[in-house]
Design a protein around this ligand. Structure first.
Ligand code: NAD
Length: 486
């Protein structure tokens, strides 16, 4: 099978690839060239109705959740193998519509397979509890059961299209749910290949997995408002996350949210400098800064401030920008013209708000959406837009700090709380910092490492709930208590 750039049946409903009922054509751009490489018909309200009906039917008839756990685990493992055996095709499609580098695209495919394997391994470990009861003179026994939450809608962003989608499917399937994916409209291609593989393999009963490709304000909003959807799991902007909370209020859907960030990274003057500089650069430049936990606020202990800025700028200046298909490319383009415009606008804000542009920040080439990574010095730590707002691009704002006493106030002076980093050679400093930072993830002498066994998520306006680890399974389960008078 080869990867298809001109799909016609872009929706996956009730086990079949079908065309949308919608009439709106959505273009897909290759971010490396700016050319339209595909168009597809976005899902509309009628497609949502059909997908929800199929998901509801499969869930209510208990078709998937009543299969023996070992059988469900085997099918999820088979799905992992299926994805892994099409790694080249998936990587090609991720590069085509997202612009990511080859190494990231391949890592994404591995991550998807790992996610399915990890959660397949949890299925036989889902269990309730029983305990002695006080009873008030009655002889009682009770136990708890953990049951699938129901029909889940997974609404996902463009910055890691396949990865985020499959990371949500895996725990939902493990729990016994039926799931409807709604990938970002900018990046549908990998999900269409996934639909094709699922349709051909028939690994899952019809309706257990559906995928709707279409606009957020149409298909996403219809899913969020639908009374037969029991849960929303969302990764995307804080702004849309808040809309989903409101839309979910009608039937009190369960909601988990992985949202934005403005993550701080601290370099202490006792840190191994070269390692810290490299870590700080990749914390913000990887995937051209289009990473929710990108280390966009860089705090450098005053004595090493200029040396670190110079080092990070040097790395940004030397990075090879290019098409992700070229294995020597270190940085791909931004995803879309809108994202390029947004990043260039923030470069202007940085300059007009008084920060010093040390390096980068200009568009590269006249084709595609490339921008040279930018380093700003904000020596006075002014509360300017580039230091406070999520940009989702390769722009880092470097600010001095004087030591551990300042860290808590600086780190937490943000509505977000997703990622954070600390570079130091002192264990004591590192672990004190880890306690003081209000964020879901603290990386010490490293940045951005994720593992399926460790929960990931955000404090404050960076989200609700966690993904990965056993904690990542819980949002897809309800607990039922059963009492029995003896
Ligand atoms: P976005 O919020 O614009 O879109 C995300 C998804 O929501 C898309 O599928 C979109 O179609 C859909 N959507 C948009 N409006 C909707 C509506 N009214 N109702 C229902 N669905 C709607 O985000 P994006 O621009 O695709 O991605 C960038 C954002 O995602 C950044 O803020 C980034 O920080 C965040 N993000 C967070 C994580 C995390 O794990 N915390 C990971 C990746 C990205």
């Amino acid at each position: 099978m080869s990867a298809s750039l001109s799909p016609t049946r872009t929706q996956f409903i009730a086990g079949k690839q079908v065309s949308s009922n919608g009439t709106e054509e959505i273009p897909v751009y290759d971010p490396a060239t700016g050319e339209i490489i595909s168009t597809f018909q976005g899902a509309d309200a009628a497609d949502v109705e059909m997908a929800v009906a199929a998901a509801r039917d499969s869930f209510d008839k208990r078709i998937w959740r009543d299969l023996p756990p070992i059988e469900r685990a085997a099918r999820m493992t088979a799905m992992a193998d299926l994805i892994a055996s099409h790694a080249d095709d998936f990587a090609e499609l991720e590069i085509s519509d997202n612009g990511m580098t080859m190494s990231m695209a391949r890592a994404t495919v591995t991550s998807c397979a790992n996610s399915l394997r990890y959660f397949a391994g949890t299925i036989q470990k889902i269990h309730g509890e029983s305990t002695d009861l006080s009873g008030g003179g009655r002889q009682l026994m009770a136990y708890t059961m953990r049951e699938a939450v129901g029909v889940v809608a997974a609404i996902t962003p463009w910055n890691a299209p396949l990865g985020v989608l499959v990371n949500k499917m895996a725990p939902a399937l493990a729990a016994g749910c039926s799931i409807i994916g709604k990938p970002a409209e900018q990046t549908p291609l990998s999900s269409i290949l996934l639909s094709q593989l699922l349709a051909e393999s028939q690994l899952f009963p019809d309706g257990v997995i559906s995928i709707l490709n279409g606009h957020g304000h149409i298909a996403g909003a219809a899913l969020a408002a639908h009374d037969d959807v029991d849960k929303i799991t969302f990764t995307g902007s804080t702004e849309v996350g808040k809309k989903l909370v409101v839309a979910s209020a009608h039937n009190l859907k369960r909601v988990t949210l992985e949202l934005g960030g403005k993550s701080p990274l601290f370099i202490f003057d006792d840190a191994p400098l070269e390692h810290a500089i490299q870590g700080a650069a990749m914390a913000i430049f990887a995937n051209s800064g289009q990473v929710c936990f990108a280390g966009s606020r860089l705090y450098i202990q005053r004595g090493i401030y200029d040396a670190v800025i110079e080092g990070v700028a040097k790395i940004g200046d030397a990075m090879k920008l290019g098409n992700g298909r070229d294995p020597s490319t270190q940085l791909g383009p931004l995803v879309r013209q809108e994202q390029l415009d947004r990043v260039l606008k923030y470069i202007e804000y940085g300059i007009s708000d008084g920060a010093e542009l040390i390096s980068g920040g200009m568009r590269e080439g006249d084709k595609g959406y490339f921008v040279r990574p930018a380093v700003f010095a904000n020596r006075e730590r002014n509360k300017i837009r580039i230091a406070e707002e999520e940009i989702f691009g390769p722009i880092v704002t470097a600010m001095p700090f004087d030591g551990l006493d300042e860290l808590e106030a600086l780190a937490n002076d943000t509505p977000y709380g997703l990622g954070s980093g600390v570079f130091t050679s002192s264990n004591s400093t590192a672990h004190k910092a880890a306690r003081l930072i209000r964020a879901g993830n603290v990386w010490i002498n490293c940045y951005g490492i994720l593992d399926k066994a460790i929960p990931f998520g955000g404090f404050k306006q960076s989200g609700w709930g966690r993904e990965f680890g056993l904690e990542g399974l819980s949002p897809f389960l309800e607990t039922k208590a059963v009492y029995n008078m003896l």
